[in-house]
Write a protein that binds this ligand. Structure first.
Ligand code: PRP
Length: 206
């Protein structure tokens, strides 16, 4: 049975001092929102749900670079049926705020024709990227089905017109904070930190 998405919007942060943390974590993080152990537990539950839903299907996980690499590794390890795995890369609309356009930079290296595609994201924020990817994959690659899985959902941040963009499988609903670690970055930093942490505002507003 599928369970409820875990809502972390009122969860107190864990001090980086209370666990073994590198110096940059003590300096730059307001606190830890999700410990690696909790991420792995939740990811295993999602993997179990996916395994049940795709038992007799041709599942291919399509990870969105760069942020999803930690998540897709743990997710695919937990799915106990044969699956394929590939990656795509999209440009960030944040790099191109004037036109607001997103582009596919890297095509999947697996033929998605007739496959059951599960797009794997680290986070849904405005919803624009996920909606773009769903439309693009359906339009260009002729899959059998397209569904979505995101570790994190910043539910309060949907852009107007994107309110209905919700992943089919979601790990955690999180507050509107700048989160890094477990693949998520600020200016390509912090991706290797194993927990998900909240960045201090003075770090990203400098
Ligand atoms: C992040 C994330 C999603 C997107 C979500 O990617 O991985 O793809 O933003 O934001 P949205 O819902 O507002 O569209 P980013 O552009 O930061 O690239 P990265 O994964 O390489 O860090």
């Amino acid at each position: 049975m599928k369970d409820e998405v875990i809502d972390l919007r009122n969860t107190p942060l864990i001090s980086p001092q209370s666990i073994r943390s590198p110096k940059y974590a003590l300096r730059d993080f307001a606190g830890i929102l999700v410990l690696n152990g909790e991420i792995v537990l939740r990811t295993n539950k999602l993997a179990h749900d996916i395994q049940n839903d795709y038992e007799s299907k041709k599942l291919v996980l399509v990870g969105v670079l760069d942020g999803s690499v930690h998540f897709i590794k743990d997710l695919s390890e937990g799915i106990g049926i044969p699956i394929k795995r590939t990656f795509i890369k999209v440009s960030s609309y944040r790099d191109n705020t004037t036109s607001g356009e997103i582009e596919l930079h890297l095509n999947p290296m697996i033929n998605l024709n007739g496959m059951d595609v599960l797009i794997v994201e680290d986070i849904v924020d405005s919803g624009k990227t996920l909606q773009f990817i769903i439309d693009e994959i359906k339009q260009k690659f002729n899959p059998n089905t397209v569904k979505t899985c995101s570790l994190l959902d910043k539910a309060e941040k949907r852009a107007p017109g994107f309110e209905n963009v919700v992943a089919d499988y979601t790990g955690f609903i999180i507050p509107d904070e700048f989160v890094v670690g477990y693949g998520l970055d600020f200016a390509d930093n912090y991706r290797g930190y194993r927990h998900i942490a909240v960045l201090k505002p003075e770090v990203f507003s400098k």
